[in-house]
Design a protein around this ligand. Structure first.
Ligand SMILES: Nc1ncnc2c1ncn2[C@@H]1O[C@H](COP(=O)(O)OP(=O)(O)OP(=O)(O)O)[C@@H](O)[C@H]1O
Ligand SMILES: [Mg+2]
Length: 648
């Protein structure tokens, strides 16, 4: 069934009003027509009867007058004249009776007719007696004629009265119909007024009031009160309008909330971006400083470590006093600690392109966790793994990502140790379309100054335990991978969240060069000749000593120019050169000279460098595969690489 809509209700009301108007109008017209027709018919009838009445009365008077004249002057043509009037009167009487008259009128006319015929008989007898000269008998009869004349007059008067009464009735009927007409008009007018009032009330109740509440609700929405709703109790247009309004208010509230959420999100993103920018600017400044300092420290450290190691080997070989050996060992191990610090600094300062390959995030984390799992267990620290089941793979530098994970794990471990309670470290990975999220959650001390932890050298750990560079390095690595790292306190500890892009698979590449594990470890058996190029005299001496323990004769020069001169005159098996040197020929120039003039020696070129951060050198090493060793170096590493180069 269709709902009773407002338009249908109004249509119904209008139809009722219109039908009433039409019914009243028809009724009125019919009434007036009926009574006016009746009136016209009666008036016409009355006119005819009055006229006939007049003529009859006149004819009878004429006959009586004719009879009276017979007494004074007898007329022989009296019977003809009397008959002629009589004939005429008879015609009229017949006509009269044919009219549409009532019973009483008919009866009166019939009575007049009989009185008139008696009057006619008496008149003829009077004429005959006058003809016979019997005047007295005629006179006695004339009285009877007078009597008949009077009776006829009376009857005519009665007839008149009847007709007058009829006329009055017609007039009364007309009056009545006029008053009925008035009643009909009043009735019509009042029903029209009532209909209009009902129409107005209905309009007010069914349309205007609901519209007003919708307008009020619209005002509320305009003022930001999105919870405003209109009660829906009807199924008509107004009900549907209210329903539509509520639906619109729902959508508005939803989109407004969404908009607010988005604004908050964007503001948060902007804040984070600003923090990242500030952090990046700080990093860049610190990197410059660190790079310079580290470079300067490398050479003295190399010398200290190298000679300490050499001396220790000599002391061990000469079975010297163990105290002296221990002393040398201490010098070496502390210098090694310094080397690690400098290496960390350089790691932090270095911004070379990451070496990208397909890295399984779950596997990287697992390898790091396994590295320290046993130790964590002994310290009552539980590891909880919640890896993403899809085993997400990203395009990244495996070694660097490992380093980030290890730093985070170490920090969590330290924080739990400091808190001094049984701990839990929870590691979670989540794959999200174009990115992977890694979360480290611990129940340690919590972060003391979250806004400072990524600053280089910021540490709360005791002297000698932390450099304050771990998270700075993590920050740099994550940035290199176009990712994000953030930290927060959970109330029970700290949470670190790293977001890394999955990356472009086309970027995947493998480090050029052969796998070092597959190399043979066959030592060069012949006495070899080496050329050492370094502007630091102590470094040259250290290397000559190292090489001599390996059975290699070495010559040292202090610059690239000297090296070129030497090479023009002497054959060598290996060239070990610094990168940055004073003069016109630095390490890279020397390498290029060898390529052009001694190409057979190109594979026997080894760089020893304190820092590869410099623009040109960094680029050079990225593009070429020349072997290199980083200062400060340990004897083991040095000798291994020298042997590898000599095998080329
Ligand atoms: N999980 C953690 N819980 C509480 N504090 C932390 C956590 N991780 C880092 N921190 C705080 O941030 C500081 C900086 O950490 P960062 O790793 O950079 O340096 P470090 O650990 O002190 O030293 P390094 O890593 O060089 O050995 C820490 O000293 C510590 O105060
Ligand atoms: Mg750390």
């Amino acid at each position: 069934m269709r709902p009773a809509t407002v338009s249908r209700q109004f249509l119904l009301l209008l139809t009722i009003a219109f039908s009433l108007v039409v019914a009243f109008a028809v009724r009125l017209t019919y009434q007036f027509a009926r009574y006016s027709a009746e009136g016209a018919r009666l008036t016409n009838n009355l006119q005819n009867t009055f006229a006939l009445n007049q003529e009859l009365r006149q004819g009878i008077n004429d006959q009586i007058n004719l009879l009276h004249r017979q007494f004074e002057e007898p007329d022989p043509l009296f019977p003809d004249k009397f008959s002629a009037i009589n004939y005429n009167l008879g015609e009229r009487q017949t006509q009269y009776l044919k009219l549409n008259i009532g019973e009483r009128e008919r009866f009166t006319v019939e009575k007049i007719k009989s009185l008139h015929s008696e009057l006619g008989v008496q008149s003829i007898q009077i004429f005959q007696q006058l003809q016979l000269g019997n005047r007295s008998q005629a006179l006695s009869r004339i009285n009877r004629v007078e009597e008949l004349g009077n009776q006829i007059d009376k009857e005519f008067a009665a007839l008149n009265e009847l007709q007058t009464r009829k006329l009055q009735e017609v007039l009364e009927q007309l009056n009545r119909s006029v008053s009925i007409g008035y009643t009909v008009i009043y009735g019509f007018a009042s029903s029209l007024v009532l209909t209009l009032i009902a129409f107005t009330l209905l309009l007010r109740k069914r349309v205007l009031q609901p519209l007003r509440s919708i307008l009020d609700a619209t005002d509320q929405i305009r003022q930001g009160n999105f919870s405003t709703r209109i009660p829906v109790s009807r199924l008509d247009e107004i009900g549907r309008l209210a329903k539509g309004f509520n639906f619109m208010a729902d959508s508005l509230a939803e989109s407004y909330a969404g908009l607010e959420r988005k604004v908050e999100e964007r503001t948060q993103q902007l804040r984070e971006l600003q923090q990242q920018l500030v952090q990046a600017a700080r990093m860049s400044a610190v990197r410059q400083l660190v790079s310079g300092v580290a470079h300067e420290l490398n050479n003295p450290l190399t010398v200290i470590m190298g000679f300490a190691e050499l001396r220790k080997m000599e002391l061990v070989a000469g079975k010297a006093d163990p105290k002296e050996i221990k002393l040398m060992n201490d010098i070496h191990s502390h210098a090694d600690r310094c080397r690690r610090i400098v290496a960390n600094l350089l790691q932090f300062a270095r911004q070379k392109e990451p070496h990208l390959e397909a890295v399984s995030i779950n596997e990287v984390i697992e390898s790091v966790l396994q590295l320290r799992e046993h130790e964590l267990e002994t310290k009552n620290i539980r590891l909880v793994r919640r890896y993403d089941a899809t085993n997400p793979v990203i395009c990244a530098d495996l070694y660097k990502i490992q380093q980030v994970m290890l730093n985070l794990l170490n920090n969590a471990y330290d924080a739990i140790q400091e808190a001094g309670r049984p701990g839990t470290i929870q590691v979670r990975t989540v794959s999200q379309r174009e990115r992977v999220i890694i979360e480290f959650l611990d129940n340690g001390t919590g972060i003391r100054e979250p806004e400072r932890i990524f600053d280089p050298f910021y540490t709360t750990k005791e002297v000698g335990k932390g450099t304050g560079l771990g998270l700075s390095v993590c920050y740099g690595i994550v940035q290199e991978h176009n990712g994000e790292i953030r930290a927060e306190n959970t109330g029970k500890g700290a949470r670190f969240v790293i977001t890394l892009p999955v990356g472009n698979p086309e970027m995947l590449q493998r480090q050029p060069g052969a796998d070092p594990q597959s190399r043979t470890t066959k030592q060069a058996r012949q006495k070899r000749q080496a050329l050492i190029v370094d502007d630091e005299e102590t470094i040259v001496r250290l290397q000559i000593s190292f090489l001599s323990t390996m059975g290699i004769t070495a010559t040292g020069v202090a610059s690239g120019d000297e090296a070129v001169r030497f090479l023009q005159e002497h054959p060598v098996d290996i060239i070990i050169s610094d990168v940055r040197m004073p003069g016109t020929v630095d390490g890279i120039h020397l390498y290029n000279w060898v390529r052009n003039n001694r190409p057979q020696l190109l594979k026997r070129f080894l760089f020893v460098s304190g820092d590869l951060v410099g623009m040109n050198t960094g680029q050079f090493f990225l593009q070429s595969s020349v072997p290199r060793i980083q200062k400060p170096f340990k004897f083991d590493d040095y000798s291994r690489i020298v042997r590898q180069v000599l095998e080329n």
